[in-house]
Design a protein around this ligand. Structure first.
Ligand code: UDX
Length: 426
């Protein structure tokens, strides 16, 4: 079993640390935020992530995980140092590498001889070299080991991945990183750093492409009177297409897809290739926010100014409390700008949302719909399916639902006199 330092305890770092400890390694996680370090040391998990509390408790009890302030305190005794710091979007769409470089510069002087530095942050192609330079150590190998973790199911994605990708020019370092994954049932591929880094961007951009395509198909379905739910079912039976990631919605968001898709377009441009198609994928997503907002306006009729709208869902998808680049926020921003009076409910959001200053966030789904003219469903939370529709019908001023996730039972709503509209279906 190995000694692993994890630098950064965001959802990628924390999941990586906890899962490696679960696999039997000795893990020290570092962060720059003292409050976070204290909370994690007490076993308190700051993110909504299935199973992570349980695995953290087990690892703490077994003495296999510790949390410390500052990267050097974690890196001084490690055999592997995983960089899991953020790579936010820079002003020009490219990924900002300053946190990765700063972390590498900080741990460079203290890493034991022969340690391996592993990049898990999503970094532009060529960043392995940047990390090597920032470390300033010829005895340290740098390996790229991108993450493919979905928020909400990150633990299960880590322990049962579709694949593990390792990119390195040093075969011995790649083999050492591969050995950390003993017990993980997945194909493991070793490639060069540039290919490993490109795999991560290409995978995310492809999934985003699939979603923009499906949202485009939904628009076609509306125009020709087809039902997108049946269309994607029929498409998904084709094993070359697959059933996953074919649900239309209000657009895609989250901390990865928008940032990584823009970054790949930028990487291509910098490398002299104009990836027009990818820009189209991004444009289609912005269009989708507009389309959903326009549908709400259409259902209200005339001006939306001062009209009461209810929203269910604020997070970028269900089973997370993450609001970063949430399609729900994009749609509500557009409605708010046109003067709509909005009340929103989300099971994971308590209190106001900074990007939506005019929107009142309420504590239950009924308060949101009270006196509203349209209810717009923006996140696919399971619990929305079980809300008492008779009560919703009684409370609303007009019985109208725009189901931007095609989540609710259309016939149950129609039976109660609702004007129901979905995405890609009437
Ligand atoms: C994503 C990738 O899936 C993961 O591999 C990567 O490492 C990080 O980015 P995540 O951001 O957690 O994970 O979200 P994901 O579950 O992929 O969903 C992204 C967006 O697409 C959400 O807004 C979601 O609602 C939307 N989506 C997803 C759809 O609209 N329809 C679908 O069928 C699937």
């Amino acid at each position: 079993m190995s000694k692993i330092a994890v630098i950064g305890t965001g959802y990628v770092g924390l999941t990586t640390g906890v899962c490696f400890a679960h696999l039997g390694h000795e893990v020290i996680c570092a962060d720059i935020d003292p409050e976070k370090v204290d909370a994690l040391s007490r076993g308190e998990v700051p993110i909504l992530e299935a199973d992570i509390d349980r695995l953290l408790a087990e690892a703490r009890q077994a003495g296999r995980i510790r949390f410390v302030l500052g990267a050097t305190n974690a890196a001084a005794e490690c055999e592997f140092a995983y960089l899991c710091v953020p790579t936010p979007q820079g002003d020009d769409g490219s990924a900002d590498l300053s946190y990765v470089e700063a972390a590498a510069r900080e741990i460079g002087p203290v890493l034991p001889t022969g340690a391996v530095v592993v990049n898990k942050s999503t970094v532009p192609v060529g960043s392995t070299r940047v990390v090597e330079r920032a470390l300033g150590r010829s005895d340290i190998s740098v390996v790229s080991n991108p993450e493919f973790l979905r928020e909400g199911s990150a633990v299960s994605d880590f322990l049962n991945p579709d694949r593990v990708v390792i990119g390195s020019d040093h075969q011995d370092a790649a083999i050492r990183v591969a050995s950390l994954y003993v017990g993980v049932p997945a194909p493991l591929m070793v490639t060069d750093p540039a290919s490993a880094e490109t795999i991560k961007y290409a995978a995310n951009a492809f999934l985003a492409t699939k979603l923009s395509f499906v949202n485009g198909i939904a628009a076609v379905c509306e125009a020709v009177g087809a039902d997108v739910n049946d269309v994607v079912l029929g498409m998904g039976y084709d094993q070359r297409i697959g059933r996953e990631f074919l649900r239309p919605g209000p657009g895609w968001g989250g901390s990865c897809f928008p940032k990584d898709t823009r970054a790949l377009a930028r990487i291509a441009e910098d490398a002299g290739y104009d990836f027009k198609f990818l820009r189209g994928v991004l444009d289609l997503n912005d269009e989708q926010f507009e389309r959903v907002a326009a549908k709400v306006c259409d259902m209200v009729g005339e001006s939306i100014e001062g009209r009461k709208i209810a929203a269910w869902g604020l997070t970028f998808k269900a089973n997370t409390d993450d609001l970063r680049d949430s399609p729900a926020i994009e749609v509500l921003k557009r409605l708010s700008e046109q003067g709509a009076s909005i009340r929103a409910f989300d099971p994971a959001v308590h209190g106001p949302v900074a990007e939506l200053p005019g929107v009142e966030v309420v504590a239950d789904p009924f308060l949101a719909v009270d006196d509203a003219e349209v209810l717009v469903v923006l996140t696919e939370w399971d619990e929305f399916k079980w809300v008492d529709l008779d009560k919703v019908a009684d409370l609303m001023r007009r019985r109208q639902v725009l189901d931007a996730r095609n989540l609710l039972d259309r016939s149950m709503l129609v039976r109660r006199g609702f004007n129901y509209r979905g995405i890609g279906r009437s």
